[in-house]
Each structure stands twice: as C-alpha cells, then as structure tokens.
Design a protein around this ligand. Structure first.
Ligand SMILES: Cc1cc2nc3c(=O)[nH]c(=O)nc-3n(C[C@H](O)[C@H](O)[C@H](O)COP(=O)(O)OP(=O)(O)OC[C@H]3O[C@@H](n4cnc5c(N)ncnc54)[C@H](O)[C@@H]3O)c2cc1C
Length: 383
C-alpha cells in the first residue's frame, strides 16, 4: 500500500504544534474528541494514549460583564419544535427567522454555534441537517482531548509507505486500473495500482486542483450540495494566564459579535495560552488579511471580553480556507442536501473508493472520528 501526501507532514487537518518552552500541545486543526466515538478511543488506547476530559465552564460577555452560559444548551433551545422541517428543508437562517418566541440571546447563540461549531454559513446550511446533528446525540457538548495531542494518535498510524511532499495533480482511471500523477519537489511521479482510496478533502475535490480522467460526473450533484466551512484558528501565548486571576476554572469565553467570537483555554491543563476561533462568515471576513491584521482582530476581540489583553509573547495561526490542501476546515450539508454524503462515498467501478470526513454517514461527519471510520469503511469495501 502506498499513501501519497502533498504536505511535508502527516495529519492533514490534524496539526499539533508547540510553543517553545511549553510541552502542552497546541492544536491548529482538530483539538477535541466530541462525545465518545469508539473508533477514536480504540486508536488512542492502541497508541498508548488516553482521552483527557476537557473543562466545559463557559462565560459570555454582555453589557461589559462576563456571565455564565451553556452555549450548547442555549443554541439547542432554537432547535425545538422542528416538525416543519419534515415537510421542507430550509436554510438555518430562514428557519431561525421564522421561529417565534425565541429570546435575542437564544437567536444569537444558535447563529454563533452554527457558524462556529459547524463552521457553516447559516444562509446556506441545511436546517434539517443541523437540527438532526444537534438533537441526535445527548452527548453533544461532551468533549475530551487526546492526551499529548492528535499527533500522538496519528504518529502511531503512519506505519505504511507514506510519500510526503507528493502533490497529486491528476488521477487517470478505468475499471481495475488507476494512475496517480503528480509532482514531488519539482520531480514528476506516476504511481499505478488496480484500485485507490481517494481521501482528498471536500474543498479540494470541489476545486480543479486534482483532475480526474474521466471526470467524476457521478459525484457532481453531491459536491454541489456539500460545503466546506472556513475557519481561522489562532493560538496566543501570553507571559501569564491573566484570565485566571478573575476567572479561574473557566474554559470558554464568548463574545458573539466579535471578529473572533470564541476563545478557550487548554484546561484542565494550566498553561498561559488561549485559542481563538472564527468560523463560517466570521472566517470569511478575515480572509486575505495579513497575519498582523488577523492578530490585531484577535486581540481586539479578546479586549471585548476581558477589557485587557495581557503581554503577548508568541503566536500560531492558520486560515484553513486559504490552505491549498484543505480548502476549508470541515464539511456541512447545504439546503436540500440529504443523501449527498452517501453519494460522495459510493465507490466507482470497483476501482475508486472514497473516504474522508465529508463522506461519513454514521453521524460523525466533520470530525476526526468521521474521517477515521470512513477510512475503515472504504478499506473494507475495497478488500
Ligand atoms: C481548525 C479545525 C478544527 C477542527 N476541530 C476538530 C475537533 O475539535 N474535533 C474533531 O473531531 N474534528 C475537528 N476538525 C475536523 C477534523 O480535523 C477533520 O474532520 C479531519 O481531520 C479530516 O480528516 P480527512 O482525512 O477527511 O482529511 P485531511 O486530514 O484533510 O486529509 C486529507 C489529506 O489530503 C492531502 N491532500 C490534499 N490535496 C492533496 C493533493 N493534491 N495531493 C496529495 N495530497 C493532498 C492533505 O494534505 C491531507 O493530508 C477540525 C478541523 C479544523 C480545520
């Protein structure tokens, strides 16, 4: 088996970094384990790692003061009485606009969580899919982190022949034969195999970065009904954890109107850095800005929460929409997109098999668990 990977590292949208002098992992991509997905927990165990329960205490800023909130519970209030969606799918924005009797706070958090947690544009996202996701799992909101970061889990998987820095440009295929063409550090390569698993991110499949010959016309309707949500994630390391002076033990801080509406601490690990998150339309607004400008927006958002910003000593940041090998953070279903994930997953001609978070149909799409279990499914189908 051969794995062809464009980046100089494994992990894709899992990317564990560190700050000099701090051993705690800094996740620029996936960070949490949502709920208790057996596939992730089993791999962690095999890797000799474990899931660390993450703190959940939250505050949100209103009238210049920080107050307690459970953002998940607040957003879920907007997702009651959804019978209307059985008849017709709407965008989440329309669904929310037509809903009566919701407080401003509930509306604001429902929108913020769809934009942030789902990285989705409420004007495009399928309300049916959102409600299904949010109401299906009683565990939604239960969060863990892989001890030592996601790299601990992924490094243990990198045993097969992985060719790094090998950018695929073309996939020629016919029944029983696949030829993958591309470039590795300026040198062209070709690999042939009777079958292949395509695990390119949705955003890459939707672009013309990789040409399929013949084209994947069977996949076009599904590719139109799914979207890859943008996220800008920033890690800000301070001289001291100034937020702990007044808010010890608080994990999440929300300021729904800010450019970076959510910040979180690595609690229960006590280290002096904060993660800032802008997803969906908020991330689109940051697109194309220089790094300094993004940092300025993050610090401005931080001041809107704490009234101060502390002494900044180091930064990591990544815009996943601008990343040519991701073209988005993770997928969501747009209005009327029921069945799109199944269609994207369906193998072609017993030759091309499809994996990746966007193809998961077992309730974990958009997550590491979804990517892992979709890979297992594609491998089983191929075998
Ligand atoms: C900021 C952020 C936060 C997230 N937070 C969480 C979280 O807390 N919990 C969670 O469960 N999930 C989270 N996710 C989602 C999770 O990271 C993804 O769902 C999952 O990692 C996707 O795995 P994948 O294998 O489908 O895709 P990827 O990990 O993107 O793998 C696809 C691979 O294809 C490679 N590639 C692309 N183009 C080419 C090419 N032309 N040639 C060769 N190789 C190519 C890429 O480099 C990449 O390595 C987050 C994602 C992001 C971006």
């Amino acid at each position: 088996m051969l794995v062809v990977e464009a980046r100089s590292r494994i992990g894709g949208r899992c990317w564990t970094c560190r700050f000099p002098g701090l051993s705690a992992p800094v996740e620029l991509g996936a960070e949490f384990i949502h709920g208790r997905p057996p596939v992730t927990l089993a791999l962690l165990q095999r890797a000799g790692s474990a899931a660390l329960d993450s703190a959940r205490t939250q505050r949100f800023v209103t009238d210049g003061r920080l107050r307690a909130i459970d953002a998940f519970a607040e957003a879920r209030k907007a997702m009651r009485n959804t019978a209307v969606l059985k008849v017709k799918d709407w965008s989440f924005a329309t669904f929310l606009a037509r809903k009566r009797g919701l407080s401003r706070r509930t509306r604001s958090f429902a929108r913020m969580m769809v934009e942030g947690f789902d990285a989705a544009d409420p004007a495009r996202a399928s309300a049916r899919a959102i409600v299904e996701e949010w109401c299906a799992s009683p565990q939604l909101g239960a969060q863990f982190r892989p001890l030592g970061g996601y790299s601990a889990l992924l490094d243990s998987l990198a045993g097969s022949d992985v060719r790094l820095q090998s950018v695929v440009r073309e996939i020629r295929w016919e029944r029983g034969s696949v030829e993958v063409r591309g470039e590795c550090l300026g040198t062209r390569f070709r690999h042939r195999a009777p079958q292949a698993i395509v695990s390119l991110p949705l955003g890459v499949l939707q672009s013309d970065a990789v040409r399929f010959i013949p084209a994947l016309k069977e996949k076009r309707p599904a590719l139109k009904k799914l979207a890859s949500g943008p996220v800008v994630k920033i890690a800000l390391r301070f001289r001291a954890a100034f937020w702990e002076e007044e808010h010890p033990g608080v994990a999440f801080f929300h300021s729904p109107a800010a450019a970076f509406p959510t910040f979180w601490t690595p609690l229960p690990t006590r280290v002096p850095f904060l993660i800032g998150w802008a997803g969906g339309p908020k991330a689109v607004r940051l697109a194309g800005l220089k790094r300094d400008e993004v940092v300025r927006c993050a610090l401005h958002s931080l001041r809107s929460i704490f009234g101060r910003q502390g002494e900044l000593v180091a930064i990591h940041a990544h815009d996943w929409q601008a990343d040519p090998y991701a073209r988005g953070a993770y997928s969501y279903v747009t209005v009327g997109g029921e069945g799109a994930r199944q269609a994207l997953q369906a193998p072609l001609g017993d030759t091309l098999y499809f994996a990746g978070e966007a193809t998961d149909t077992q309730g974990e799409a958009g997550t590491v668990a979804g990517a892992l279990q979709s890979g297992l499914l594609a491998a089983r189908q191929l075998i």
